[in-house]
Design a protein around this ligand. Structure first.
Ligand code: CP
Length: 298
């Protein structure tokens, strides 16, 4: 594994190695790498991913530099490529980048001629690989293996990088992946996705092993008007719907959660809702594993 840019590039063995290493991180079985330095380069807002990578790097004894996009020399016309070349000479070994553009990171990586490593911490509506890996780790804690398990992702699939990375990963492990959304959030690349689409929530979550809800990605709607009350009526996941159609399902959400929109507050605050914070805790172990594996030979 040279960089972590998307799930598509990873083999089943590489994903399994990340999961195994994350388990060692959780049990405290790891060596520190204090000679390594990470740059957190978040050009789009984040709470979980940024702080989780910061905690992961600090748990490994690493030096952490916080790049402030708004106060950086981007405003003076400096390119991402030039910025990264300079970061390498400042002493950075790895750049953890979030950006609103789908392919900026992949295009930039191709142009860099030094050994700095890259992690995609969320690229547009295209990919969010560390989120899919921590979601997989959390599912495995509950289900042991995912082959043949019904996993339904509900909500704004069209604009969701989390959905795309999860679908790519879950299909590698032969899970039965379903996506559920109103027409206006139905993914335009549905034909390319190894997932079954259903407009009906009850049908899509029926007997599911995992149900994952997504936030409406308002920042990517480009003026598209959504009737939120209508969305809530048909697509909000509630305790009642879970009990009726998917009583054994694990309930997940990548965060941030908009209470009483994609999920009812009652469900979030219930025993079932606790998995959402398990995902956040597991994110630190999984990100420690990603850093450790990528920096092994750096
Ligand atoms: N799940 C996720 O990416 O959350 P943040 O946007 O807060 O990082």
């Amino acid at each position: 594994m040279k960089n972590l840019l998307n799930i598509r590039d990873l083999s089943v063995d590489e994903i399994s190695e990340i999961i195994k290493t994350a388990k060692n991180m959780e049990t405290g079985n790891f060596e520190l790498i204090p000679e390594k330095a990470a740059v957190l380069m978040f050009c789009e807002n984040s709470t979980r991913t940024r702080l989780s990578f910061e905690m992961a790097a600090k748990n490994l004894g690493m030096k952490v530099l916080n790049f402030d996009s708004a106060k950086s020399s981007f405003s003076k016309g400096e390119s991402l490529k030039s910025t990264i070349e300079n970061l390498y000479y400042i002493g950075a070994n790895i750049v953890i980048l979030r950006h609103c553009e789908n392919d900026l990171l992949e295009k930039t990586v191709e142009k860099i001629n030094n050994p700095i490593k890259f992690i995609n911490a969320g690229a547009g509506s295209y990919s969010h690989p560390s989120q899919a890996l921590l979601d997989y780790y959390t599912m495995l804690e509950h289900l042991k293996a995912l082959k043949g398990k019904k996993i339904t992702i509900i909500g704004d699939i069209e604009h969701s990088r989390v959905a795309r990375s999860n679908i790519e990963l879950l299909s590698k492990f032969e899970a039965d992946v379903h996506v559920c959304a109103p027409e206006y959030f139905k993914p335009s690349d549905l034909q390319k996705l190894p997932a079954t689409y259903d407009k009906s929530l009850s049908k899509s979550i029926e007997k599911a092993d995992v149900v994952m809800c997504l936030r409406i990605q308002k920042e990517r709607l480009n003026g598209q008007a959504i009737d939120v009350a209508d969305y809530i009526k048909d697509y909000q996941l509630t305790t009642e719907k879970v009990e009726k159609y998917a009583p054994n399902a694990i309930i997940m959400h990548p965060g941030p959660v908009n209470y009483d929109v994609e999920m009812s507050e009652e469900l979030i605050e219930s025993e079932k809702g606790k998995t959402i914070l398990e995902q956040v805790r597991n994110g630190v172990y999984v990100r420690m594993a990603i850093l450790k594996i990528l920096l092994k030979e750096a």
